[in-house]
Design a protein around this ligand. Structure first.
Ligand code: ZN
Length: 170
């Protein structure tokens, strides 16, 4: 089955539904706005099911992306590989209990926005400050305070998302 926009969790888990296919990077709006070139195809292989009685969504996402260097704004090839291992929880209590041992995803109304989940997983995997090789060499050669200054000047649109997810995990 290709990658549907939404899936019904109860039946996907009961049928151990597998989703395999390509998703154009262009179709994921938040991701595409962070790429220098959004022509890439994402290889998605996910499977719903149960592990030790708990509902899971697991699999991988791969792709050859072209990021934008934060320093010179030039294109920068980058290989994406994400291992997805989400526990699908139904209540906030379950979510809190799962935090120590898994990445919980709070399902609402038995519906999982699969493409959105794929996009979130990719955004979390992207480097905070993508830098091409030549810029990286320049930054590494610079004194520490210049590097700190560079970080302050380059806000990353996904820092907020990472920050939010980081807080949830604590
Ligand atoms: Zn650069």
């Amino acid at each position: 089955m290709p990658i549907p926009r939404k899936v019904t969790v109860s039946s996907a888990v009961a049928q151990r539904q597998a989703y395999r296919g390509e998703l154009p990077a262009r179709s994921l709006e938040r991701l595409s706005s962070s790429l220098a070139d959004d022509a890439a195809m994402l290889d998605v292989a996910l499977e719903a099911g149960k592990s030790h009685g708990r509902q899971m969504l697991s699999g991988t996402i791969d792709g050859e992306l072209t990021l934008r260097c934060q320093r010179c704004e030039g294109p920068m090839p980058w290989t994406l590989h994400v291992d997805v291992d989400l526990r699908l929880v139904e209540t906030e209590e379950e979510e809190a209990a799962a935090l120590h041992e898994a990445d919980p995803y709070l399902v609402q109304d038995d519906s999982l926005p699969l493409q959105e989940v794929v996009e979130d997983e990719i955004l979390l995997a992207l480097p905070m400050l993508p830098r091409c090789e030549s810029c990286e060499n320049i930054v590494q050669a610079a004194p520490q305070e210049d590097r700190d200054e560079a970080v302050r000047r380059e806000p990353n649109p996904f820092a907020a998302l990472k920050d939010r997810i980081g807080k949830q995990k604590q």
